[in-house]
Write a new protein. Sequence first.
Length: 335
Amino acid sequence: MRDYCLIVECCVWGFLFTLVISPFIISMIKREKVKQVILNYVEAHSYKSGTPTMGGIIFLISITIISLICFDGKSSLARMSILIFLAYGLVGFLDDFIKFKFKRNLGLRAYQKIIFQLIISLGIGYFVYKAELLGGRCVIPFTSYVVDLGAWIIPVVAIIYLATTNAVNLTDGLDGLATSTTFAYMLMFTILSLVVQNNVFLGLDEIAYSEMKNMARLSSVVCGALLSFLVFNCFPAKIFMGDTGSLALGSLVASVAVFSKMSLYIPILGIMFVLSAVSVIIQVAYYKLTKKRIFLMAPLHHHFEKKGVHEVRITVCYTLVTVFVGIVSILLNVL
């Protein structure tokens, strides 16, 4: 019971710390005139041009500081998650900085971002393979079975990080959308991971238990920080997270799953991230083949916008679907 109380406490501290530092960082970003330039083909968002961006710096700072304070005992996996979080945040920062510096919406070229991300993700894959607590092991969803992928875990983890970070990045297209969807994902994953650990990892030794406990604390801090950031990021947004935030968040979505041996739960709990990415892939492939479009605009949330659905409704629906899928996943593991 004490561990569960500490997990909730981590969430509260994440929320409060983010709430306190946000106005100061937003003020600083405004002073430096770091503003979002809206792509000309997103006509409905033209009024958002000039909104401060790079707000991901806020939760990069808060999550890092509060998590490191909250960690207790053996926490190498949680600390590695923070390093990965900062590494992807740096890639996003470079992208945002180029946009700001040269007053354009396109920062790093696509291949440049992929190269940076691939280098990081392959390094993570090797770390996972060599880590005694992880190796190539992965839980099969809704069962107590664990498969060992051996060295294949290296490319698998690399693909997971590439897919997840870019899927979260693509979901960051409406006020509060990526923030609220990621909050829902992390909340559900925190609860689900505790359930799975009880069902599958009952025999954890003290070190392994400490590692998993700290991963849960990290997820909880993220929940608190994102809920607080949402105060400033919800419609109408006072600040955007930018690639600084979306790439960093995507890495956390992947890390909490990979380091909990629950990678296969990502496309389940992260169903809305999957739909964002898949809609873009389908749109591009179909257009190249037929010169026609399936969606009015991709990613999927822009299609709904074109259909006349208000972005607040879209954001709420994305969040509720994520929560619903999370609750079903938890129940299936309990029953």
